[in-house]
Every structure is written in C-alpha cells, then in structure tokens.
Design a protein around this ligand. Structure first.
Ligand SMILES: [Zn+2]
Length: 160
C-alpha cells in the first residue's frame, strides 16, 4: 500500500448517471464539498453502535439519504420512469397500459415456451444429443430473458 497521495476515486461501484447518489459504502474521509450530503441509513445505524434500539429506526429513516422517488418502467424494453405517488395511490409499476400488457404477454409466452422445451427434453425416447443441445440453448435463452420479467403477482396480492 502506501499510495496515499492518490485522490479517492473509482469506488468499486459504477456511479449512477444522475441525481444524488445512493452511496452504500461509507468512504472514510469523503471530500467535504460544502454541500451537505445525507449519510446513508446503514451509516446512521452503524453510528448507533451494536444492536441499535428499534425505536430509533424512524429517526434514522428520516435523517438518512432518501431513496429515489422514480424508477424505470417494469417493461424491460421501456426507458420511461414511474413515480412513487405523493398520496395514497397504488405505486405504478408500468408507465402506461401498453407496457403493462406487453410485459404480461411476453412473460406468459416465455413461461409457456420454457415449459414446452422442458417437456421435450424429458420425453422418451430421449432426444438426440444434437437436438438436446439445441433445446438446451433455446431454454437458456428464454430463461435469460425471463429474468427480466419477474412474477409480479406476489407483489400485488398483498396490496389492497
Ligand atoms: Zn413503459
């Protein structure tokens, strides 16, 4: 070590493009740039010592760096943003109806295709090795895509 002359730069995480950054790792000796940056929640909790009392959670949540109020539309092909509602409304997952429909259509399709490929791989007599390789590749490709389409039913069912 001993390269203390280098400016603190390049944390191990890519910097978000815009807005106040959500810093998860507290930097020892961050540059005080004049503007007050709120500490992250985990920093505040750590400051309270071991096993901080639960009646301080609200206080720390109010004082900490606030989470973003916008998030991208759940349709992975869309770059529009959704905003956390001010009042009581249901937090939107999609920026419009079309994205909602597309999401569920594509998800349903992928799930059905994966089920079919799974069955084809299990059938008797077993597929030839060349066919099996093809099927496994097609399966992996769909699973890779499906990761972008998580099941949203759980999220919704516990909401009024
Ligand atoms: Zn959208």
């Amino acid at each position: 070590m001993g390269a203390a002359s280098k400016p603190t730069q390049g944390t191990d995480q890519p910097q978000p493009k815009s807005g106040p950054t959500t810093r998860t790792t507290p930097e020892p000796r961050s540059r005080s740039s004049g503007g007050r940056v709120r500490p992250s929640y985990s920093v505040l909790r750590a400051r309270r010592g071991e096993e901080p009392r639960l009646d301080t959670v609200v206080e720390d949540l109010q004082a900490c760096l606030q989470p973003k109020v916008t998030a991208t539309c759940m349709n992975p092909d869309c770059s529009e943003a959704c905003t956390w509602p001010n009042g009581r409304g249901r937090p939107p997952l999609f920026h419009d109806r079309l994205c909602h429909e597309k999401y569920h259509l594509i998800r349903r399709r992928l799930v059905a295709e994966i089920a079919d490929i799974d069955e084809a791989l299990e059938r008797q007599p077993r597929p030839s090795s060349e066919e099996r390789i093809y099927l496994e590749n097609q399966l992996a490709r769909r699973r890779w895509l499906l990761l972008r389409y998580p099941d949203l039913a759980i999220e919704r069912s516990d909401r009024p």
